[in-house]
Design a protein around this ligand. Structure first.
Ligand SMILES: O=[N+]([O-])c1ccc(O[C@@H]2O[C@@H](CO)[C@H](O)[C@H](S[C@@H]3O[C@H](CO)[C@@H](O)[C@H](O)[C@H]3O)[C@@H]2O)cc1
Length: 610
């Protein structure tokens, strides 16, 4: 008997979609709309019930320090169960590889998006997407929930570091990450249609979080963006047409609201605008428990969950990141269709979109991982790319108390130097959130080079490098140091855990800086996901100031500039405000009076065209 059309790789995608859709029962269609967490991805969920997709939460891994082979074996095992389902529809496995394959121990950890915003380098963003796709593919994973194309308008938001910039034009210029992840579509690629160049080297991307996630009132995470449609479209929606033009396969809905209406149940924005006006033909996925949050306060009342499913699916949600209550979701959505609450046409549209992406992704023909890629995770070439990105992300904000006497580059011939601060020797701190654990952590959480190690590696034996996280007065007074490098900043955070109205340097950083800089010529390096308050008396005392954002695993990228092997090229992608009383403050505001404006950034060397 001839194989069914949907299994024919030479058949047109839309024909394969229609053929498979026509063979599916309502329960099978509903199951395809479910994304479940890896911990509950059982043989029953995959083979018997046919869940369409699996993800891992931030920090959820096969085991601690799981190897790329462990990850690939886990995903392949789930795939085998999925292929054993009645129609053998493979799963898509998704993960948050948002600054490299950051869940995986030993993977290359790139600078977070705010640092890439400082580079203004679209080609670099694309190359990082390319490298990330290879490391994700090496672990058998098909899809990353990236790039975040939020336009962060208030640094009090705990996810500003996931945003490239407060300027929508800078964000849209860096959506080249999509082409890096998925590959570049041909010029004649149909508008809005999902694209994947190579099942071996590329992964599906996810533009998130649609729309207005970075524009909530006072930067409250999952809050309410209060603005006109013109501002919503002109500021926050700006990057999406560029992502769609690059064939982005998926879009994730935002937890936030627009003028009080949750995005997860906004038919106007999800269907009329995203799928209608912008022509998006991939699929829309909810955020984690996004449907449950429609029923806030968290409902124990099952019926509300059912009502929220109807609200969201009817608004245009195609896949639901459940992630734990799969069978309840299945029971509820089947009930809603059978009772006419959700029209079958909406289910068919959602599943059509999901199957379209699955056929485009090549996962029917190549369902399993490619072990020849395993060694590419954390490879030298990718670490060099990350080092280049770190270097280009640094912003020099002060260089010498006297313009005529620049402080940087630091002397490589100094006899004795002091390196101090909480962030000088901490890989976890310099990587920030979404690294190994959901909210990140401190210490040697993965492989990489700390700033202290980079300084030690950059200097010869003639320089004694003294490291003290919190030097005493005696050491500062009597240490006979040529200069000091003080590295302080924020501890890692994610989402609401990073929402803050106090944006001073944590751990009494200002006090440490003042103590050291009062006695020793000092360079201050700030490791943070956003600008922090730099008091005027601190700014006066230090010789130089570098914003390093959240650079990731390759600390050598910082010393490449500090010691003058490369000049600084980074410029501020966000406003460096004077005080939190100014917030929100964005370029273009009337009476815009920041400490350092968007676009500010010094060089060490006068270039020819100066
Ligand atoms: O400790 N608790 O009890 C707890 C409870 C709920 C939590 O909330 C959950 O934490 C994370 C999992 O641990 C989830 O990732 C999401 S966040 C959401 O997840 C997506 C998939 O990872 C990303 O692509 C999106 O960009 C992001 O907005 C949620 O906020 C966290 C901790």
């Amino acid at each position: 008997m001839a194989a069914p059309l949907y299994r024919d790789a030479s058949a047109p995608v839309e024909a394969r979609v229609r053929d498979l859709l026509g063979r599916m029962t309502l329960r099978e269609k509903a199951a395809q709309m479910a994304q479940i967490e890896r911990a509950v991805a059982s043989p029953r969920a995959l083979a018997e019930l046919g869940a369409g997709s699996v993800l891992n939460a931030g920090g959820s891994a096969p085991r601690e320090q799981a190897s790329p082979a462990d990850w690939a074996a886990m995903v392949d095992g789930m795939q085998r169960h999925a292929l054993a389902s009645r129609l053998g529809v493979p799963i898509l496995y998704g993960t948050d590889a948002v600054h490299g394959h950051n869940n995986v121990y030993g993977a290359t950890v790139f600078p977070h998006n705010v640092g890439l915003g400082a580079t203004r380098d679209a080609e670099l963003a694309r190359r990082i997407g390319e490298a990330t796709a290879l490391e994700v593919r090496a672990t058998g994973i098909h899809w990353t929930f990236a790039p975040c194309v939020a336009v962060c308008r208030d640094p009090r938001w705990g996810r500003c570091y996931e945003s490239y910039s407060e300027d929508p034009e800078i964000v849209r210029s860096l959506t080249t990450t999509v082409s890096g992840l998925q590959g570049q579509p041909p010029a004649d690629h149909p508008h809005g249609y999902p694209f994947l160049a190579s099942v071996r080297e590329n992964v599906l991307a996810c533009a998130k979080h649609f729309v207005g996630d970075g524009g909530t009132d006072k930067g409250v995470n999952e809050g309410n963006a209060i603005c006109s449609y013109e501002d919503l479209e002109g500021i926050h929606m700006t990057p999406y047409p560029d992502c769609i033009a690059q064939g982005v396969a998926t879009v994730m809905a935002s937890y936030s609201k627009w003028n009080g209406e949750p995005l997860h149940s906004s038919r106007y924005l999800l269907t009329d605008v995203l799928k209608g006006k912008l022509g998006f033909k991939g699929f829309v996925i909810s955020d984690w428990e996004g449907i449950d949050r429609l029923c806030e306060p968290r409902e124990p009342r099952g019926s509300d969950y059912r009502y929220c499913i109807a609200q969201s699916v009817n608004a245009g949600m195609d896949m639901i990141m459940i992630p734990h209550r799969f069978e309840k979701f299945l029971e509820d959505i089947v009930f809603l269709v059978e009772t006419g609450e959700i029209p079958m046409s909406r289910i068919d549209d959602a599943v059509e979109r999901i199957l379209r992406v699955k056929f485009i992704s090549g996962v029917f023909e190549h369902p399993f991982s490619d072990h020849s890629l395993l060694d590419i995770v954390g490879c030298k070439e990718h670490r060099l790319l990350a080092r280049e990105a770190v270097r280009k992300s640094l912003v020099l904000l002060k260089n010498g108390k006297d313009q005529k006497a620049p402080f940087l580059p630091l002397a490589k011939t100094a006899k004795r130097i002091l390196v101090a601060g909480t962030h000088a020797d901490d890989i976890g701190y310099q990587c920030g959130g979404w690294t190994i654990a959901w909210h990140g952590d401190s210490g040697k959480i993965t492989l990489g080079t700390s700033i202290l190690e980079a300084i030690q590696e950059s200097l010869g034996v003639q320089t004694e490098v003294v490291y003290e996280k919190c030097p005493t007065e005696a050491m500062i007074e009597n240490g006979d140091f040529s200069y000091a490098v003080v590295v302080v900043g924020e501890v890692p955070y994610a989402e609401w855990t990073g929402d803050r109205t106090d944006l001073s340097i944590p751990f009494n950083g200002s006090e440490l800086i003042s103590r050291v800089a009062s006695k020793i010529p000092t360079l201050l390096v700030v490791i943070s996901g956003r600008p922090l308050v730099i008091e005027s008396q601190v700014l006066e005392k230090i010789e130089a100031l570098v914003a390093a954002w959240l650079p990731g695993s390759e600390g050598m990228g910082i010393t490449d500039c500090l010691f003058g092997d490369h000049d600084f090229v980074g410029t501020l992608p966000v406003t460096w405000y004077r005080s939190v009383d100014q917030l929100p403050i964005n370029a273009g505001d009337a009476n815009y009076d920041p400490l350092f404006p968007v676009g500010y950034g010094l060089k060490m060397f006068q270039s020819d065209d100066d």
